[in-house]
Design a protein around this ligand. Structure first.
Ligand code: M6R
Length: 610
């Protein structure tokens, strides 16, 4: 989704802004723009398409100055076009802003300002905010006061940076519902919606909270609330390392992240499995240690892939901890007036920790009295900060838009949480020990599963021409069928559906014909016999079946056109291993189809609007 980078210091702003925008590309966008300030005035460049197109414009016509802001836009109001790209200006052309989020009352503001004779240049909601700040400034001559007043008047969400020709060494930034981080360097500041654009310059950062406004000028950084109450900001050290956001020889971030999984799973479990005392240690939950086992119901929520991890979590928590568990889409939960009874443990799952719907759902269940946890990857993200307690994934930055390593870590964390809760309730010593031992072996099994890459690449070459695919799974692998289908849709643009295998005969079986590949996840668990029957049903209708299985089996091989084998593990943990071929299949199919895997069309890495 949209990305922001701003700079003020002694160096050439343009280079820093363009490089920063390149780091933000993974978030998804359709146009980009920047503005720098110098004694000659504001220098604006905007381009539809990629950052390299903007860079071309800047090379042809350089933009001088040591202060500026830049933006990648993911269109919400108004099509992707040069006029709609940020920055947007006020009517005098002296104030420029970049903005993430949505100004919900933009039409009312626009109508009011048009009545005052102001002409709009774009179709965006953002311009209404730029024009409103400019209008208020023209009446008061107080820039900070005008930004404050405008932010009081707008409804919606914003991460916003403002520059003005009348304050040529000042950046003003504010946030409500859309993240902003200030990087504090040596005599310079970098402000961004994403730490990955800051880490090249400094690891010292301050996170803005909702309704805070920061002014950066030659006297330093000053944070206050939008109501002008001073705020004392803590400075944090980013845990991210530069090499984590580089390709390290891989063609795409997605492939790199798939292959990182043995290590990221190890990191997600490091120090958390204690085989000596036979328990799971989750330091982030220590403060709630007494209350958690007494919870009566678990409510898991998230969006997209995180929602699929939640579905796996439901099976795990019910089976191992015997606590009734519900799963909801965050976007549905927040508007459903959810029933939160006493003893509800609500868990928000999010890689970015910034997904607007997940954050809103978290706030809703907190208001209703749930104990609210976060299972989050990005350290210091809003969900991580607003949850009462939580467990970090520790997989490092996930750049690929199609989530892979975050998904397996989410499942690993939920597995550990299930054992943690279970051990404090009904889970036997023996079962706990066997789960811990199995978890410990998962990184090695995932490494072995990556060995199917060549086979899956060949399979993708056979299958890539088909436009409709079906994924089937049962039990804990049913969410994997959903996840496999989502991965394929996201980067191959192939229509795919995931189903619990037995549901197929209640309707979707009508679709089966030789033109639709059916990918079946068939590990040797208690439903194996049933899934063989489901495969027979597909075969009887001339369907073409491709299976992911754990133990060589002649019968399965007879029924399927191809079987991809991955190492066997405990049934409840099998999604950690069966994910690998599904991720590789989506990746390789997208490559055969010639798509840019890391920048899939229409998608954003972090969905910060609802
Ligand atoms: O950052 P989050 O985990 O909250 O993101 C949730 C979804 O937007 C995300 O999982 C999305 O579905 C991915 N593109 C899936 O690959």
């Amino acid at each position: 989704m949209c990305g922001i980078i701003g700079y003020v210091g002694k160096r050439d702003a343009a280079e820093i802004l363009i490089n920063g925008l390149s780091q933000l590309e993974y978030r998804g966008y359709d146009s980009a723009g920047l503005v720098t300030l110098s004694t000659d005035g504001l220098h604006i460049r905007r381009a539809v398409g990629r950052v390299r197109q903007l860079q071309q414009l800047v090379t042809e016509k350089p933009v001088p100055g040591t202060i500026g802001v830049a933006h990648t836009r993911w269109a919400t109001h108004g099509r992707p076009s040069e006029m709609n790209a940020h920055p947007h200006l006020d009517a005098q052309g002296r104030i420029a802003i970049v903005h993430n989020g949505i100004i919900e009352n933009h039409a009312t503001i626009r109508e009011f300002l048009e009545q005052q004779g102001i002409e709009f240049q774009s179709e965006t909601d953002t311009e209404s905010l730029a024009q409103l700040i400019g209008f208020l400034y023209s009446q008061t001559g107080d820039l900070l006061g005008s930004v404050r007043r405008a932010l009081h008047d707008v409804q919606g969400t914003f991460g916003l940076v403002v520059v003005s020709l009348d304050a040529p060494q000042t950046l003003i930034a504010a946030r409500r519902g859309s993240p902003l981080i200030v990087g504090i360097g040596d005599g310079e500041y970098v402000i961004s919606s994403d730490a990955s654009a800051i880490i090249t310059h400094t690891s010292q950062v301050a996170y803005l909270d909702d309704n805070e406004i920061v002014t950066i000028d030659p006297s330093g950084m000053h944070v206050a609330t939008i109501d002008a109450m001073p705020v004392d900001k803590r400075v944090h050290t980013l845990e991210m390392r530069l090499e984590q956001i580089e390709l390290a020889g891989y063609e795409h971030h997605m492939l790199k992240e798939i292959f990182e999984q043995p290590e990221t799973l190890q990191n997600a479990m490091r120090g958390r499995l204690n085989l000596r005392t036979n328990e799971v240690v989750l330091a982030g939950l220590q403060q709630l240690e007494r209350d958690l086992p007494r919870c009566r119901r678990v409510l898991l929520f998230g969006c997209g892939t995180a929602w699929h991890a939640a579905l796996v979590g439901e099976y795990l928590i019910e089976e191992l901890a015997r606590i009734p568990t519900d799963v909801d889409y965050a976007s549905e939960l927040r508007y459903r007036n959810p029933i939160v009874e006493e003893g509800t443990l609500a868990i928000a799952i999010s890689q970015s920790g910034e997904t607007a719907d997940t954050l809103a759902a978290l706030r809703e269940v907190k208001t209703k009295g749930a104990t609210a946890l976060g299972v989050v990857n990005v350290v210091g993200s809003t969900i991580a900060r607003e949850a009462q307690a939580g467990v970090y994934l520790h997989v490092g930055p996930e750049i690929g838009v199609a989530s892979t390593k975050a998904f397996t870590a989410q499942v690993a964390v939920l597995s550990m949480l299930a054992v943690y809760l279970g051990r404090r309730r009904h889970l036997s010593n023996e079962r706990t020990e066997s789960m811990l031992r199995e978890l410990e072996q998962i990184p090695a099994k995932v490494r072995a599963a990556l060995g199917v890459h060549d086979q899956v690449r060949d399979l993708a070459r056979q299958l890539a021409e088909w436009d409709n695919w079906l994924y089937l799974g049962r039990g804990v692998n049913y969410p994997l069928a959903l996840e496999g289908a989502l991965k394929l849709k996201e980067i191959s643009y192939i229509h795919a559906e995931g189903l619990p295998a037995a549901e197929m005969k209640h309707g979707p079986i009508a679709m089966i014909d030789p033109g639709m590949p059916v990918v079946v996840i068939a590990p040797r668990d208690n439903t194996y016999g049933k899934i063989l029957s489901n495969i027979e049903e597909v075969r009887s209708r001339e369907g073409r079946v491709f299976a992911i299985a754990t133990e060589p089996d002649r019968e399965l091989e007879r029924l399927c056109e191809e079987v991809v084998y991955v190492p066997a593990t405990s049934a409840m943990l099998s999604p950690l291993v069966t994910s690998v071929p599904l991720q590789l299949l989506a990746y390789e199919t997208a490559i055969v189809r010639g798509h840019d895997v890391d920048k899939p069309r229409n998608l954003a890495k972090s969905v910060t609007v609802e």
